[in-house]
Design a protein around this ligand. Structure first.
Ligand code: HEM
Length: 382
């Protein structure tokens, strides 16, 4: 098997020493442009049972040592045996196949990019980056797709299936579903105008899922900053990772139910969140009623919802973060506030830190060697 061949050790050394994060430069976003109409339109390539969408409108607190392999801090012993050239001989077409499916899927439905980026987060925060999130219910599996964070919300599974079936034709049972998730997330960022980076590969797929860990490890949108930091620390991620990775909310949408509390009853006193900018607050109220309308969606970054840029941070500074978890990055702690300000001013810095933190998140407890398996169908164990 590919991972046992001795040249892998040599390749690892070569690739490790030449490891580079490649960055592309963002255009400056237009923070004040209008809500694009296509977010309200509904129809998408959504996951099962999601019909309600589209109605309207080891912790450290630094990124030091974040160069891509391990990076320190409480996961996998601070070291990962993943490396970018893992499929160089066994499936050299892997990148091309992933990118060609993504290009088509994202041009059909731009939101797919956001869905696939989020998928990696929800995979890696639950028993590591092992594709556990892709498993459907079965006699031995309680699917994570049913958890509080994922139910009626997580999507992109059909695109992963399409990539997997093309890869099974080209190189049968070589590329793991967990690596497909990581490559799809990176490709989605690139195709949305964000940074590129080399994805360390060689993850294997779990034979288990954890509905309870999905409920407990993925932060809810009304989290306090303290709670966000604690949940990231639990995965070996620090404050830089938290703020940089929250920048994912530069693309995609959230449902009314995810931010309703801020509009009508932030602190149990029937008052809105006072950190919301007033015009933005009124706009949100017009699309997200006090009762009902839970599945109506709003863009997380309304100025450029399909473009991966740093407008998300600029909006937060204006009091226009959509989720409580977005806005508290500015309002509840000096260190995270400074990071929000730096990323709002400097898109290249954001891109660099984002790419590093994606690699770091992708290194959370991967299954390697003889652990786990390479699934034939990402939805079921072999
Ligand atoms: C910091 C803690 C985070 C919280 C509390 C959070 C919460 C949420 C919520 C509530 C939504 C909307 C879900 C819905 O209403 O259906 C969302 C969407 C999204 N999240 Fe996060 N998130 C966090 C971090 C992240 C990270 C680390 C990533 C990726 C690395 C990410 C990527 C996304 C993307 C791309 C979307 C849009 C998905 C779509 O349009 O389908 N989020 N997030």
């Amino acid at each position: 098997m590919a991972f046992l061949k001795p040249y892998c050790v040599f390749m690892f050394m070569v690739l490790f020493s030449s490891y580079v994060i490649t960055l592309s430069v963002a255009d400056r976003p237009n923070v004040f442009s209008k809500f694009p109409s296509y977010w309200g339109g509904g129809g998408d390539d959504s996951n099962e049972g999601n019909g309600g969408f589209g109605g309207g409108g080891g912790g450290d607190d630094s990124n030091e040592g974040n160069g891509g392999f391990g990076g320190g801090g409480g996961y996998n012993g601070g070291y990962s045996s993943l490396f970018p050239g893992f499929y160089e001989n066994s499936c050299p077409q892997v990148d091309d196949i992933v990118m060609s499916v993504l290009e088509q899927a994202i041009s059909r439905q731009p939101r797919t990019a956001a869905a696939l980026l989020r998928l990696q987060f929800h995979d890696c925060f639950v028993q590591g980056c092992d594709a556990s999130i892709l498993l459907d219910d079965s006699s031995t599996i309680a699917s994570e797709k049913r958890s509080n964070a994922n139910r009626n919300s997580i999507r992109g599974f059909e695109v992963i299936d399409e990539i997997k079936s093309k890869l099974e034709q080209a190189c049968p049972q070589i590329v793991s579903c967990a690596d497909i998730v990581a490559l799809a997330a990176r490709g989605s960022v690139v195709l949305s105008g964000g940074p590129n980076w080399e994805v360390p590969l060689g993850r294997r797929d779990s034979r288990t899922a954890s509905l309870s860990a999905s409920n407990n490890n993925i932060p809810p949108p009304n989290s306090t900053l303290q709670n966000l930091i604690a949940l990231f620390n639990r995965q070996g991620l620090g404050e830089v990772d938290l703020v940089a990775l929250s920048g994912s909310h530069t693309i995609g949408v959230a449902r009314c139910v995810s931010f309703k509390q801020r509009l009508y009853n932030q602190n149990g006193n029937d008052q809105p969140d006072e950190t919301l900018e007033i015009n933005y607050f009124n706009n949100l109220k017009s699309v997200c009623p006090r009762s009902g309308g839970d599945n109506i969606i709003s863009p997380l970054d309304y100025s450029s919802p399909t473009k991966f840029d740093n407008a998300y941070f600029q909006l937060i500074i204006l009091g226009k973060g959509l989720l409580n978890s977005d806005q508290v990055l500015l309002t509840q702690n000096t260190r995270t506030m400074e990071l929000v300000q730096s990323y709002a001013e400097d898109a290249s810095l954001f891109f660099e830190d984002f790419a590093s933190s994606m690699v770091k998140m992708g290194n959370i407890s991967p299954l390697t060697g003889y652990n786990g398996e390479v699934r034939k169908n990402c939805r079921f164990i072999n």
